[in-house]
Design a protein around this ligand. Structure first.
Ligand code: AMP
Ligand code: ZN
Length: 143
């Protein structure tokens, strides 16, 4: 629990929220300033800033909740599409430094873009760099 963290305070019931799901590890609630009707946030109750700090157990619990809630949100909001995302770290535009998954319902003609819209241009990466990047990622996979 981090006293200054708004999502920790929500998890502790010290700030009001519209909860849609809760278990011992996970909480999900409506985004207060939604990008669409039914915009849901899922958090681990234990404070971590980003995925790097997340335990394997909480990662499993988080994804399992995402799996359940995506279907519930889509059925509840009567749509077949959602955009799912994490702003993971300050350079990604993360504003609340307590890890959270966004489930954003999508509707025909809603004016939104795909996740690719987060970047305006694509870097050109040559074959040699692709190989180096592949190696760098593979070498850093941990349990
Ligand atoms: P991010 O930029 O990924 O850190 O997103 C933070 C999200 O938290 C935004 O979509 C905000 O609308 C949302 N938010 C901020 N304060 C609250 C709050 N008190 N209750 C629910 N959602 C909030
Ligand atoms: Zn927190």
């Amino acid at each position: 629990m981090v006293e200054s963290c708004i999502f920790c305070r929500i998890a502790q019931d010290n700030l009001p929220s519209h909860k849609v799901y809760e278990d011992d590890k996970i909480l999900a609630f409506l985004d207060k300033y939604p990008l669409a009707r039914g915009h849901v946030l899922i958090i681990p109750k234990a404070h971590v800033s980003n995925i790097d700090e997340l335990s394997g157990e909480d990662a499993q619990a988080l994804f399992h909740t995402l799996f359940k809630l995506t279907k519930a949100v889509q059925r509840g909001l009567k749509t077949g599409s959602t955009t799912i995302g994490i702003n993971n770290g300050p350079d990604s535009g993360q504003e609340v430094p307590h890890l959270h998954l966004h489930i954003i319902p999508r509707f025909p003609g809603d004016g939104g873009g795909p996740v690719h819209a987060v970047m305006r241009q694509r870097p050109s990466v040559n074959d040699e760099e692709m190989l180096q990047i592949t190696k760098a990622v593979k070498e850093n996979i941990s349990a």
